[in-house]
Write a protein that binds this ligand. Structure first.
Ligand code: WTA
Length: 635
């Protein structure tokens, strides 16, 4: 029996039980039957969850790009691997076959090698959503370089801190990017970022917008001429199962972003297995995920998961509202998309518009629709189900994280009965548990608790780049021996999970995972600001928006408040990126603090939400009088 695909609820339970009783046998079989290896493993898994040490497929040798590309060539060489849909609907879409993908990835891999990139080197990629982004990711993996994609909405200083943390030698960027009716000066941002990055020796620049850019001598090179003279084949590097594949930053509860490191074999097996099942992928499907490759969703479910399964994956450069609110639906109609995977924030923003935008297009090709990134509220779920899925395409509400590498809790379409707002059941291999405040496991159903995972799975991140201690403290210490997700969850009477949101200092705004600490750090750098506290509050479209409580220095007291608000938001834009701007800024004379000096965010969160009672235990508050002031002056 193959475990690779789940076809019925009965089979789901069978596979699930097998994966819990005999996880080694379960993953051994999946890895053995569905991938190409240079050498198989000596042992399936070795772990010590207390120490945050996990290894999968020990001593196996593999190259993920051989599995994404080479092995498909005999059967699928002329099949489309990537459909590129440009920002401007008048520009023609590109269809890149597996043969062409092989050629483009191997050429790019040769260029990188020629430029001195070696196995283990970190390469930073700062590109818009164009095919070169996926190709560069794969080219890095081809030669064993560790890719780190930085979302092209991040500011120069966010790029600087990541490039320095990784000590990158080479950066791949473009002259600019198109987004709706805007052109973004990516090269200008990179130039500013690299002023403080002596480690970077070279940048390769893709021509996309034809904007005028500065090319620094002996550092910046146009990519195309290098590709033109590169040979179109390349021997893939033989990678150990646990060699790093990529590093992707995620927010943390301290100012410094966390470089989550994923390794090769476990990630490969897990992203492929989850893609196959959650999207019920079949040979002639056209699959589209609207995320950006700069986030984990793009890594696992635009690039690796689909290509590992020999799928056709759509890369869309633009935004849902350009040139009008019908763009997503037009693309589905145009390319006959069968699986569509997007975020609740996009659904909510489109649901605000007239549904005739959807009805204008023929969506009958759709079989499965998905949601990821934050809890999907009931209203948005129904709108998606009625207008996009037409009540026939199941919604897969997929819960997972940058740290988990792949989807963890989700319905299997046509197998698991869906329930609005519920991510439903764990995938085989995933053992979720809910923990109470005393750190005990809650066994019953119809309960809420902190969501932990109590057994390793192949796709999990292995460490935080350069800081294993922080990895251990963040994820494996609160509940010793278990992985703590940072999310709260509810388990219903049949064992379905509903994720209720973050229980730590991370706020999900428009599906972007934002730590409040780095935003506070940026605000505190403003010369007029003494101290700040950021919390999330519910927002119709974005899910959550940010509310800032700010105290000023004496020197800032007589400044015009509206100007200050503007300046603070500009400051955030330039330090982190426009995604982190505050919706509301309230200047206060003090922040509620405990006797040990910790800001009581719980109270601020309530006030921001408009709830003025039930502050919980406030006996440890040093300055209770401040709470009334803040309440009375709430915006
Ligand atoms: C949230 C994105 C509810 C959650 C793949 C998680 C969700 C964080 C869902 C990770 C979902 C993601 N329902 N909440 N279906 N999917 N989340 O690292 O709080 O960008 O911890 O990974 O998003 O965000 P990240």
């Amino acid at each position: 029996m193959s475990y690779y695909q789940i076809k019925s609820l009965e089979q789901y339970f069978k596979h699930y039980n097998k994966s819990i009783r005999e996880p080694r046998k379960f993953w051994d079989k999946i890895a053995d039957e569905n991938f190409t290896w240079y050498q198989k493993w000596d042992k399936v898994v070795e772990f010590d969850m207390q120490e945050a040490e996990v290894k999968w497929f020990l001593n196996a040798k593999v190259n993920i790009t051989k599995n994404c590309i080479d092995r498909h060539l005999a059967k699928r060489g002329e099949k489309t691997a990537i459909i590129f849909e440009p920002n401007n609907p008048d520009e023609e879409a590109q269809h890149i076959t597996y043969n062409e993908l092989y050629e483009r990835v191997t050429k790019m891999a040769n260029v990188l090698r020629d430029q001195g990139v070696k196995k283990g080197d970190r390469v930073c990629i700062y590109l818009p959503m164009i095919p070169e982004l996926a190709i560069t990711v794969l080219a890095c993996a081809r030669i064993g370089a560790v890719h780190s994609v930085i979302f092209a909405g991040f500011s120069a200083s966010a790029v600087t801190s990541r490039v320095l943390d990784l000590q990158c030698k080479l950066v791949v960027t473009s002259d600019g990017g198109f987004r709706g009716n805007k052109t973004i000066d990516l090269k200008g941002i990179i130039d500013e970022a690299l002023e403080k990055c002596p480690c970077v020796e070279k940048t390769l620049v893709v021509k996309r917008t034809n904007s005028k850019v500065n090319m620094k001598e002996d550092r910046d090179y146009w990519l195309q001429p290098l590709l033109d003279s590169a040979p179109s084949n390349n021997v893939a590097e033989i990678m150990d199962a646990e060699d790093p594949l990529f590093i992707l930053y995620t927010s943390g509860s301290t100012g410094k972003p966390k470089g989550m490191m994923h390794t090769t074999a476990g990630y490969m097996v897990y992203s492929a297995y989850t893609f196959k099942n959650i999207f019920n992928y079949e040979e002639n499907d056209v699959y589209w995920c609207t995320a950006d490759i700069g986030w984990i969703t793009g890594h696992s479910y635009i690039v690796y998961g689909p290509l590992l399964n020999g799928a056709t994956t759509v890369i869309f450069e633009g935004v849902p509202s350009y040139p009008d609110f019908g763009r997503f639906w037009e693309i589905i109609d145009k390319h006959k998309v069968t699986q569509f995977y997007t975020a609740p924030t996009a659904i909510r923003s489109l649901a605000k518009e007239n549904w005739e935008w959807v009805d204008k297009y023929n969506l009958s090709s759709l079989k499965i629709i998905g949601s990821v990134g934050e809890p999907i509220n009931e209203e948005a779920w129904h709108w998606y189900n009625d207008h996009v899925g037409k009540k026939k395409s199941p919604i897969v509400d997929t819960w997972w994280q940058t740290e988990t590498g792949g989807i963890m809790i989700s319905p299997i379409p046509f197998v698991t009965p869906t329930k609005p707002t519920y991510a439903t059941l764990p995938l085989p291999g995933v053992q979720p548990v809910l923990m109470d405040e005393r750190r005990n496991e809650i066994e019953d159903n119809q309960v809420v608790g902190s969501l932990c995972i109590k057994f390793p799975w192949p796709g999990m991140a292995r460490t935080i780049w350069g800081d294993h201690q922080r990895f251990k403290e963040t994820y494996f210490t609160a509940f010793p021996g278990k992985y703590f997700t940072g999310d709260g969850a509810l388990r219903d009477e049949v064992g379905y999970y509903r994720i209720t949101g973050r229980v730590d200092d991370v706020v999900i705004v428009s599906g972007h995972n934002l730590g409040t600490a780095p935003i506070e750090d940026a605000i505190n750098e403003h010369p007029a600001v003494a101290e700040s506290a950021i919390v999330g509050f519910p927002h119709d479209v974005k899910g959550n928006a940010l509310y800032g409580f700010i105290t000023l220095k004496e020197s800032g007291e007589d400044r015009n408040r509206d100007n200050l608000r503007k300046e603070i938001n500009e400051h955030i834009s330039s330090h982190i990126g426009p995604i982190a701007k505050l919706d509301k800024i309230q200047f206060v004379s003090g922040l509620p603090k405990t006797r040990s000096g910790k800001i009581m965010r719980r109270i601020l969160r309530k006030i921001a939400e408009g709830e003025f009672t039930n502050f919980g235990d406030t006996t440890t508050l040093l300055n209770p009088e401040i709470v009334d002031e803040i309440k009375n002056e709430r915006i």
